[in-house]
Design a protein around this ligand. Structure first.
Ligand code: ASP
Length: 306
């Protein structure tokens, strides 16, 4: 299962743009299917799928990330293995093409779960990550979006039309996410983002926070969230969804409905999530008008929506 951000998507100028999102998602889903069919692990699959989405500049992660208040790209990412509960996360990082790959090395090679800023950059250097120039991350659309937001001194979310405050609250939050269940029943989740448009320097959202924007446990489910990060942090939404499954014995689709109600009831939260439960049932929910998402359930058809 993949997502490419939640929101109103009113800024989609035409059908061609919509097709561009859906085609990007469909080809990455097919790639994930091939890895799993060849016996690849859920962890490997979510890392590879998230990397491909990071490379696609239409999504708000890796190349195409949104800009912070200083006009700079600062990215967050996390990956989690449901079999071991091992997790790796990076926050506030710059110039790394695939933050999810750095998060995976944190998971595999570091004693820690999360590295931030300069320490994460030093870790990346140690593990021989290539540092990309700033222009690799900047797309003309993102620069224009930031200029509008900056002029209005407003903080917004990916693909927002920052025209009016009402629209601001309604529109699209970016981010990419992947969750998978492999042939032996292991679950994994990955989330990666440039965050929200014109965010404060040093602001970290939910995406790299285990239990907020990402979670995986073979005893319940794998989850990746997108939306206004502060809402997901305050409700620990990814772990709340896992708890609904583990402790209330709900299935994935029922937990998804309860989880989105909880997000809205508690903090009037804006965003959504994708989830695969331990039986391999796919579910998603969102409180925004739309969410870009797709899945292949139990080896069936590839399906994508926005
Ligand atoms: N959740 C991300 C953040 O708050 C943004 C998003 O999903 O688009 O950083």
């Amino acid at each position: 299962m993949l997502h490419g951000g939640a929101g109103a998507l009113d800024n989609l100028g035409n059908d061609k743009e919509a097709v561009r999102y859906l085609e990007g998602m469909r080809s990455v889903l097919e790639h994930g299917r091939r890895i799993l069919q060849l016996g690849g692990s859920a962890l490997e699959t979510v890392e590879q799928c998230a990397s491909l989405l990071e490379d696609d500049p239409v999504f708000n992660a890796g190349a195409g990330s949104v800009l912070n208040e200083d006009g700079k790209v600062e990215m967050d990412a996390a990956i989690m293995c449901g079999a071991t509960l091992n997790a790796g996360a990076v926050a506030g990082i710059t110039n790394i093409a695939n933050p999810i790959q750095l998060a995976r090395v944190v998971l595999a090679e570091s004693e820690h779960v999360m590295l931030i800023g300069a320490g994460a950059q030093r870790f990346a250097d140690h593990w021989k990550f290539e540092f990309m120039p700033d222009h690799y991350f900047l797309t003309p659309d993102r620069v224009a979006q930031w200029e509008q937001a900056h002029l209005r001194r407003r903080m917004g979310l990916d693909h927002d039309d920052v025209g009016t405050l009402e629209r601001m609250n309604e529109e699209k939050y970016g981010t990419i996410g992947a969750v998978a269940r492999d042939r032996i029943g292991n679950l994994a989740a990955a989330t990666s983002t440039g965050g929200i448009v014109n965010k404060g320097f040093g602001r970290v959202g939910d995406s790299p926070i285990v239990g907020a924007g990402v979670y995986a446990d073979n005893a319940s489910c794998a989850v990746s969230c997108t939306g206004f990060g502060e809402d997901f942090m305050r409700t620990a939404l990814a772990k709340t969804l896992a708890d609904l499954i583990e402790f209330k014995s709900l299935d994935g689709p029922t937990a998804a409905r309860e989880g989105i109600d909880y997000l809205q009831r508690k903090v009037n939260g804006r965003g959504g999530f994708i989830l695969i439960d331990k039986q391999g049932r796919c579910a998603c929910a969102f409180s925004t008008k739309r969410m870009i998402r797709g899945w292949i359930e139990q080896g069936g058809e590839t399906q994508c929506w926005l």
